[in-house]
Design a protein around this ligand. Structure first.
Ligand code: BV8
Length: 241
């Protein structure tokens, strides 16, 4: 079985028994599934900085541009070329066989963790395949394009934009508080509050990325390489009895 013999070391760090694991994922875990990252493409979309498109102000100013931004990504996510990769599948295996809770807190708005078999995923930045009513906050599953006149109007992407509060804050705090091990996969560590999680967990942190990030120094361990290679190897090493 490949992978560094981290399991005994990590279990020891956990006080000798398997503890809950909290996992933060970012767009890097979905990159090998064909979904572009935010900053890998220079953080641009159709010439706009993502931070300029994913905001309530942009939606108020140019709703058509924002609807198009998400309609394009929703269609791409639903295309047959996009599927969970080995990293998503390894996390689902970890959840299935680890003898304590495994909670995925994802910044991603795709559904690849669920399609890989993970359950109870916390989508702190919302979900691409849902829309939300601006007046009632009702949320609906939605796989079609969304426009100003959809369902009679008043619907927006169920996405947390810059300047808006993240979702499921209490569940996130509970998962981080109880975690004996924190994994951080495929994020540049530039968007808060997610980038601050590593400093909030009691247990050791392990970072998985193709390069260093702004938060790399806060991790006890770093596995460098594509997530589809490093995450399965790490999970194998944890599940060695
Ligand atoms: C909030 C939905 C308060 C949109 C997203 C100044 C300083 C600090 C903070 C702030 C500041 N000014 C404003 C803020 C707060 C702001 C923020 O952090 N801004 C940043 C830009 C500085 N945060 C917010 O506004 C948040 N809300 O603070 O609310 C509040 C409280 C109460 C009441 C009201 C308000 C909300 C942030 C949510 C924004 N929405 N997503 C959409 O998806 O369209 S964020 C967006 O960025 C995505 O979710 C994305 O996941 C996320 C983070 O990006 P990454 O995932 O890290 O992606 P990136 O491309 O950057 O990096 C990819 C990484 O993967 C790289 O490191 C790469 O090396 C690696 N990689 C690539 N390939 C692979 C790989 N790794 C492994 N394997 C590979 N194959």
């Amino acid at each position: 079985m490949s992978g560094k013999p981290i399991s005994s070391d990590v279990i020891e760090q956990m006080g000798g028994e398997a503890c809950p694991i909290a996992i933060l994922t970012g767009s890097g875990i979905s990159a090998e599934s064909g979904l572009s990252t935010f900053r890998g493409s220079g953080g641009l979309w159709a010439g706009h900085r993502v931070e300029d498109v994913a905001t309530p102000e942009a939606f108020a100013r140019e709703p058509g541009m924002v609807y198009d931004f998400y309609n394009t990504r929703r269609r791409n996510l639903l295309s047959e070329d996009v599927a969970p990769n080995a990293a998503h599948l390894a996390l689902a295996r970890l959840e299935a066989f680890w003898p304590a809770p495994v909670t995925i807190i994802t910044q991603n708005v795709d559904n690849l963790h669920e399609r890989a078999g993970s359950s109870g995923v916390i989508h702190m930045h919302g979900e691409l395949l849902k829309i939300r009513h601006v007046g009632t906050d009702e949320v609906r599953v939605w796989h079609d394009d969304c426009h100003a006149n959809t369902l009679g109007g008043g619907w927006r992407p169920h996405i947390v934009w810059f300047g808006e509060a993240v979702l499921e804050g209490e569940a996130i705090v509970e998962a981080l508080r109880s975690a004996g091990l924190f994994l951080c996969i495929g994020t540049a560590g530039q968007v808060y509050p997610a980038a601050g999680f590593v400093r909030e967990v009691a247990g050791p942190g392990v970072e998985f990325n193709v390069g260093r990030t702004e938060i790399s120094d806060f991790f006890r361990e770093r596995w460098t390489g594509p997530a589809s290679e490093t995450v399965p190897r790490f999970v194998d090493s944890l599940l060695i009895v």
